[in-house]
Design a protein around this ligand. Structure first.
Ligand SMILES: Cc1cc2nc3c(=O)[nH]c(=O)nc-3n(C[C@H](O)[C@H](O)[C@H](O)COP(=O)(O)OP(=O)(O)OC[C@H]3O[C@@H](n4cnc5c(N)ncnc54)[C@H](O)[C@@H]3O)c2cc1C
Length: 410
């Protein structure tokens, strides 16, 4: 009996699903419908062209903590097919991988094309067809099948359907799914850096601080990690993580808010106050500018002194109390005005999408529609940077594919 498996979207999730459709009985075809004229385009540009394919964080409890949305639901998915399985999958197919000290996993070639070639070879080996310029506009359930209407007017029937069309920051892009009856969480951007016009530290652009804490003033939302001073504001893992966890709150503020920066996450006001008091007595005759507290660089320390109005030539014993207070404040709670956001190396993801409750994460099948599956960023799942977004895409694609194959075999 001939049956059609149709995958909508030739990105990471869709292609990985296609590459895992082995074991199908004769007469079952697999087709990827891709709206553009190329597949895997995000994989190509990902990780600055190197493709941060996954992470070395294998323990499921720790792994799901990297997903501001989807944490609970992903547990089942990652138990079935997690980063360890992803690494093994690529390695078994001849892709050498390497893990960087921060846990990010890349192809040893440092070239995303290695990942693309591997996926293409697998899909080709399995006889997967790819139809380009095939933008699905509407889906209708007709009996046990799905009728797909393409933008060019063409109609196609599918016995099994996997939706893997990725994220989109505009709600209108999901109307064909709401029309079908799927519930959507309002989409908005995640993973961005903070713009600070008139940034007082702009001359330090390029300076990295190893473990700062960034907090949104008036909230409990804060994250720590490396922070990078840029020519437009602040960036780096601490900022990107905060942008992801606070994506909804920050959209609600139209990206206009105050952040408080502590230049080392382990500091607190008492500790810095004591350090200043101690320096006043033990370093009394020393120039303040010559004794930055680690991990502040000499240049960042000089800038903090200047902002507190402290003359670089001043000695610790002469530091007036008011200036000392200002200095302490700029060390543990520098108040910066954010006006707008910028994408980080063009890398971004969508928070929101098909609500997690629509899908059984053990199979990635829709709870409402039999034989309809959803995977990847189209779901209301997104991770922070570090290979977590591809991991979601690979895992969802794999689990959906294996469930479809086993149903076709049964
Ligand atoms: C510049 C950049 C760099 C990134 N780098 C990394 C990284 O290094 N590591 C990491 O983990 N994550 C990274 N990400 C995030 C990651 O790329 C995505 O999370 C991931 O690609 C999502 O996979 P997906 O298959 O769900 O969607 P996508 O990869 O976006 O694929 C969706 C596909 O569906 C097609 N499509 C859309 N609508 C339709 C339709 N109606 N009909 C037919 N086809 C349709 C699209 O054209 C696209 O080809 C990066 C993102 C960007 C933008």
């Amino acid at each position: 009996m001939s049956r059609n498996i149709v995958i909508v979207g030739g990105g990471a999730a869709g292609y990985f699903a296609a590459a895992n459709m082995d074991g199908l009985p004769a007469g079952v075809s697999v087709t990827i419908l891709e709206k553009s004229n190329k597949t895997l385009s995000k994989v190509k540009v990902s990780g600055g062209g190197r493709c941060n394919v996954t992470t070395s964080t294998d323990q499921v409890g720790a792994l799901v903590k990297h997903y501001p949305r989807g944490e609970k639901q992903l547990r089942n998915l990652f138990k079935a097919f997690g980063p360890e399985q992803v690494r093994a999958w690529f390695e078994q197919r001849g892709v050498a991988l390497k893990t960087e000290p921060d846990g990010r996993v890349f192809p040893a070639s440092n070239d995303s094309q290695t990942i693309i070639d591997c996926l293409r070879n697998e899909a080709q080996r399995l006889g997967v067809k790819v139809q380009y310029g095939a933008a699905v506009q509407a889906i209708e359930k007709v009996g046990a099948q799905y009728e797909l209407l393409l933008a060019n007017g063409e109609k196609l029937m599918a016995d099994y359907l996997l939706l893997a069309t990725g994220g989109h920051p505009k709600a209108a892009a999901y109307s064909w799914l709401t029309d079908l009856g799927l519930e959507i969480e309002a989409p908005l951007p995640s993973l961005f850096t903070f713009n600070i016009p008139d940034f007082p530290l702009v001359s330090l652009s390029g300076t990295a601080v190893p473990n700062a804490e960034v907090k949104i003033a008036g909230t409990k939302l804060s994250h720590d990690g490396p922070l990078l001073i840029t020519h437009w504001g602040i960036s780096g893992p601490a900022v990107l993580k905060l942008s992801a966890y606070a994506a909804r709150e920050l959209a609600g503020k139209d990206y206009q808010f105050q952040v408080l920066v502590k230049w080392d996450a382990s500091w607190n006001e008492d500790l810095i106050r004591n350090w200043v008091a101690d320096n006043r007595s033990s370093q009394a005759k020393k120039k303040i500018s010559n004794s930055p507290l680690k991990p502040l660089t000499q240049r960042l320390w000089a800038a903090l002194l200047e902002m507190a109005g402290v003359d670089g030539e001043m000695r610790w014993a002469d530091l007036p109390k008011k200036m000392a207070n200002k200095l302490i404040n700029s060390m543990v709670s520098m108040d910066l005005t954010v006006k707008g956001k910028t994408t980080f190396k063009e890398e971004f993801v969508t928070a929101g999408g098909v609500k997690c409750g629509e899908v059984d994460f053990k199979t990635m099948q829709s709870r409402k529609f039999e034989h309809l599956y959803i995977a990847g960023e189209l779901l209301d799942v997104d991770g922070v940077t570090g290979g977590y977004n591809f991991q979601n895409a690979w895992s969802g694609g794999y689990v959906a594919a294996r469930d479809i194959v086993s149903k076709c075999q049964g």
